[in-house]
Write a protein of this length. Sequence first.
Length: 265
Amino acid sequence: MRYEILGSFCVVVGDEQALLESRKLEILLAVLLIRADHVVNCRSLMTELWDAEPPTRAAAGIHVNISRLRKFLKQRKWAGGQIITRSPGYMLQLGSDEVDARTFDKMVNSGREQLRRQEYAAASTVLRSALGLWHGSSPFGGLQGGPILAGYSRRIEESRLECLEMMIEAELALGRHRELVSELYALTTEHPLQETFYRQLMLALYRSDRQADALSTFHSARHVINANLGLEPCQALRDLHHAILVEDRRLDPLSDPAGLAAATR
């Protein structure tokens, strides 16, 4: 059994998918998956479901919904994870079950290590495959809960951005700058305060013989960052701007495959 949380939230067995029937069940399963193989106390579950004002019979409500969740996981004789009662709350034992977010984390770690070793082709492959696990713009289909769910969602979103950045670094090193330009334009629009994407776009444009567009991208980034944060672009972005102005040969992919190190420090 596999739990898909990187996008729409569902449980998958073979080719069969099943969606949970209520928001409360989704939140409970999400929190138990986040803390899989660890006990989540009842007070934390109440906070996730009802924030700071749980109803009078909140404890009974937790018990009823846990029973419904157990029934959901056991239906059709699925050999899936089990929810066990263990003071002061409940624990989801994963067993042999898979969670796509855990697979994603493992692939990101592998890609990071390959990038560090300058194994760019391998890094590109594994990082693109990791991003392929996502089927939406946010984990759990944008499900809103309490601090456990919100904190995890922020962490996995940050990991997704890091995966994107590393994948593009690897592909720039492989000389795929022309193919990356449109993707990077989209990323700077989607994440207007993510300076790494501007930096990568500037480099991709410069290597595609589009120096004027690379410089224009810097000025656009500067305007957006100043308007939103009242700040100047980061030092690395300013250094790359200067390197493009003087046509620094260290931006040549043959002299620096990663393209960002020597000329921006």
